[in-house]
Design a protein. Structure first.
Length: 142
């Protein structure tokens, strides 16, 4: 995992950690958000993918979809000790998505946690088109 400063930037905030994520289209934005969160969570390191998981997420709207999407990925790390190394969206709409997650097993002896993310929040969440591209503002409870 290499730092991808061209797909996201951090936002200074007193209590949480915020990011602005960028994408060419909605699918690219959601894939980039997954990458950004994992890069913020863990020290970048190439991991051998061990599995592929299919995931479907349903939500009320795009903002809710982003929070639920990233929360599922965070759960895989926190609850199942799996690191998402890559996310590929198969389909996405305003209230649902289907994706394939490429995962590796987390080994704390080999990979250092950079920022302990407790939750993806709804605080100031904004997922929307900006001109010809897409942008998301996301805050994490750390």
């Amino acid at each position: 995992m290499a730092l991808n400063k061209h797909i996201y930037s951090t936002i200074n905030h007193t209590a949480d950690l915020g990011i602005l994520v960028y994408g060419r289209n909605m699918a690219d934005l959601f894939e980039n958000a997954a990458t950004a969160m994992m890069e913020i969570l863990l020290e970048p390191r190439r991991l051998e993918e061990t599995d592929e998981l299919s995931i479907s997420v349903k939500a009320e709207d795009l903002n809710d979809l982003m929070v639920r999407w990233l929360s599922e990925i965070l759960y895989l790390f926190m609850g199942e000790r799996r690191v998402v190394t890559r996310a590929t969206l198969k389909s996405i709409g305003p209230s649902n998505l289907d994706a394939t997650l490429h995962v590796a097993t987390y080994n704390p002896d080999e990979q250092e946690v950079r920022n302990e993310i407790k939750a993806v929040t709804y605080h100031q969440i904004d997922v929307s088109p900006k001109g010809t591209e897409w942008q998301a503002k996301i805050f994490f409870d750390v």
